[in-house]
Design a protein around this ligand. Structure first.
Ligand SMILES: Nc1ncnc2c1ncn2[C@@H]1O[C@H](COP(=O)(O)OP(=O)(O)OP(=O)(O)O)[C@@H](O)[C@H]1O
Ligand SMILES: [Mg+2]
Length: 247
């Protein structure tokens, strides 16, 4: 569902040009959740933003659902293959738009019919009552706002969701609810996830495989079974594991 080969991501121009992601390759099968872990600044969000079409200064090959996409998504069909959900549900939602308006926006941009019904169905899918469509973001909780971002990401029925620390801004009790919701949606809708997390607990709950990033590269790839057995070759992964066991 996701094939990335030899991805290089850059920022800036001339002397300020920065090579943030180097030689990154991985693939994610349909229905799988692939986790990206690694220290701050290692390039995890850069990989997601390149795949999402949010940052276009990259080289390499990205195939989504079997077809190659270009950095600028010149083909409109490519824009509906993947959606991204961010860490901060407040930052991702317009404060002056109603919940219904927020969820309907991608539908309106793509001139979809029956938007009211679709918004109702999306609210239901993420476990929110239909009357929430009339509320504003400040009138709902952080966990509910993250449900709204997920509903919006589901609106165009994209088969791939990119999740950039989707629960790290939430209370621990709410984190589990959101992770369970994501698991249910993945199973029921056959979605494929690429997920950034700092939390080894989240990896254990969600991910079939992980790639460990350091200094812009994937330095190690592990299945969940290898992770559980502690079979990590790279000292950085060991560090990450022990840190999260302590934390
Ligand atoms: N818009 C930008 N302009 C310039 N440099 C950037 C930009 N975005 C990211 N970078 C740099 O690219 C590198 C990778 O950043 P990225 O955001 O991908 O890291 P990350 O692994 O997601 O970190 P974190 O865990 O803190 O979110 C960092 O050195 C960062 O400073
Ligand atoms: Mg990041």
């Amino acid at each position: 569902m996701i094939e990335v080969e030899d991805l290089q991501v850059f920022y800036g121009e001339g002397r300020d040009r920065f090579h943030a992601v180097r030689d990154v390759s991985f693939r994610v099968e349909k229905g799988e959740t692939y986790g990206l872990v690694g220290e701050s600044g290692s390039g995890k969000s850069s990989v997601l933003n390149a795949i999402a079409g949010r940052h276009s200064d990259w080289t390499g090959t990205v195939r989504l659902a079997g077809a190659e996409v270009d950095p600028r998504r010149r083909n409109p069909a490519d824009r509906q293959k993947v959606q991204i959900v961010f860490q901060d549900p407040f930052g991702a939602i317009h404060p002056k738009h109603t919940i219904g308006g927020t969820i309907a926006e991608p539908l309106a941009i793509n001139r979809r019919q029956n938007r009211g019904e679709t918004v109702d169905a999306l609210l239901r899918q993420v476990g929110l009552p239909g009357r929430f469509r009339y509320r504003y973001p400040h009138q709902i909780s952080g966990g509910q706002r993250q449900r709204v971002s997920i509903a919006r990401a589901l609106a165009l029925q994209s088969p791939i969701l990119l999740l950039d620390e989707p629960t790290s801004a939430l209370d621990v009790s709410v984190q589990a609810e959101i992770l369970n919701l994501l698991q249910d949606l993945r199973r029921d809708q056959g979605l494929t996830y690429l997920m950034v997390t700092h939390d080894i607990g989240v990896v254990g709950h969600m991910c079939d495989r992980i790639g460990v990033m350091k200094d812009g590269r994937i330095v190690e790839e592990l299945t969940k079974a290898q992770l559980v057995r502690g079979e990590t070759a790279h000292p950085f992964t060991r560090e990450l594991l022990s840190e999260s066991l302590l934390g």
